[in-house]
Write a protein that binds this ligand. Structure first.
Ligand code: ADP
Ligand code: MG
Length: 379
């Protein structure tokens, strides 16, 4: 009698043999990390770009950019939120989660100096999840859509054997003359950042501490203490930064009104240091920033004191603040100086100078090596 495997199509048999024989020889992703993996995958995908001459930017910036023939260019981005990786349903209201899934995409559109137009939303949902929870998620998304002014135009739905997975893909548009990339920063230019930093990491630390305390209390069969709730209330700004970040579309509108086109721009999703490094690498420049000029959220400092942690580290490498980091020639200082949401934190240097930080005691260190930011595969 013929063995079952003999009936399998040759390709599947080959794949199975290949998996078994090579399982010991495969490289774990953790050895090259998230960015190493993206580099290897983009090398495989690169030839596909030759099929469409309209692509202005492929992999490597906050959005892909392509021409469709009209006066404006289109931008497109996608982001994935995975339960237990990006969020914990014990500490995340569904409405907030929906809004955040939208904001992180709008933020990438903003980083190109563009405005959002359409979103496609795909979800993989555990079958046991109540319908009402998914509706709450969508209410948060719809609310964000009306605030940012774009349409939810489709998506896909699947069951999930483990947690909730949300994937949002968003398109936007801008005049080609307004486009900003990660590349384009030049020595001598100002390094600017919007809003405040460190709030999201501070909020997350607090939420994680409260979650652990809550689980401990429940395990011990004790009543959940009102004091914990009061503390969360006291630090509501930082918690809000984490659960309900706002994309800085208001700043993009400010740029458009004033005719400002930053020479380079990125949104801060990985942390100030890592995202500044992305600008430096893409632009072929170095940078110098000063601790005293970094706008750390004051509540983050208070939380860091309480948790005996360091708010500056949260600002530099906590990530998820979704503020904009951009560069401008110094001559344009007067155009931005009136906007209290913009801080000048340093200056672009020639590449060989590295990525420098001067602390409040006047000591200057190179943070280039340690500016890794969050990596999904490196513990
Ligand atoms: P951001 O933090 O702005 O969302 P990422 O660090 O996620 O950017 O991605 C960096 C670049 O790599 C982007 O241009 C993105 O489109 C691209 N990228 C990430 N993952 C993949 C993938 N699996 N396949 C192709 N391109 C990818
Ligand atoms: Mg980005």
């Amino acid at each position: 009698m013929q063995r079952a495997s003999g009936l399998l199509p040759a390709a599947i048999r080959f794949q199975m043999n290949f998996n078994v024989r090579n399982s010991m020889a495969f490289n774990p992703i953790s050895e090259i990390g998230e960015f190493g993996l993206i580099e290897r995958l983009s090398a495989i995908a690169a030839p596909s770009l030759d099929n469409t001459p309209g692509v202005v930017v492929g992999i490597g910036d906050d959005c892909a950019v392509y021409r469709t023939g009209g006066p404006a260019v289109q931008v497109a981005t996608t982001d994935l939120l995975v339960e237990h990786v990006h969020f914990d349903l014990l500490t995340t209201p569904m409405h907030h989660l929906g809004s955040k899934a939208i904001s992180v995409n709008v933020s990438d559109i903003c980083a190109m100096n563009a405005l959002p137009e359409y979103a496609l939303i795909s979800i993989a949902v555990p079958g046991k999840m109540p319908v009402e929870m998914v509706e709450q998620l969508y209410a948060g998304m719809a609310h964000a859509a009306s605030r940012y002014g774009f349409a939810i135009a489709g998506g896909d739905t699947s069951s999930s054997p483990s947690g909730l997975v949300i994937s949002v893909t968003m398109t936007g548009q801008t005049a080609e003359s307004r486009l900003t990339f990660r590349k384009g920063a030049r020595p001598g230019e100002m390094i600017c950042v919007t809003g405040t930093l460190g709030g999201s990491a501070a909020g997350l630390k607090l939420l994680m501490r409260e979650r652990d305390l809550m689980l401990e209390t429940l395990r011990n069969n004790e009543p959940y203490s009102k004091e914990m709730m009061a503390e969360l209330q006291e630090y509501s700004r930082a918690i809000r930064c984490h659960l309900l970040p706002e994309a800085r579309l208001d700043l993009v509108q400010f740029f458009h009104e004033r005719g400002i086109v930053p020479t380079s721009m990125i949104d801060i999703s990985d942390g100030l240091a890592a995202d500044l490094r992305h600008i430096c690498e893409r632009s072929g420049v170095g940078a110098h920033i000063e601790e005293s000029r970094i706008p750390v959220l004051s509540e983050a400092r208070a939380i860091a004191d309480e948790l005996q942690d360091d708010a500056l580290s949260w600002a530099l490498s906590g990530g998820e603040d979704y503020e904009l980091l951009f560069t401008l020639p110094k001559e344009q200082y007067d155009v931005i100086s009136s906007n209290r949401e913009i801080s000048v934190i340093g200056e672009i240097l020639p590449e060989e100078e590295g990525l420098l930080l001067t602390d409040i005691f006047g000591m200057t260190i190179d943070i280039g090596e340690s500016a890794g930011g969050f990596d999904h595969f490196v513990p």
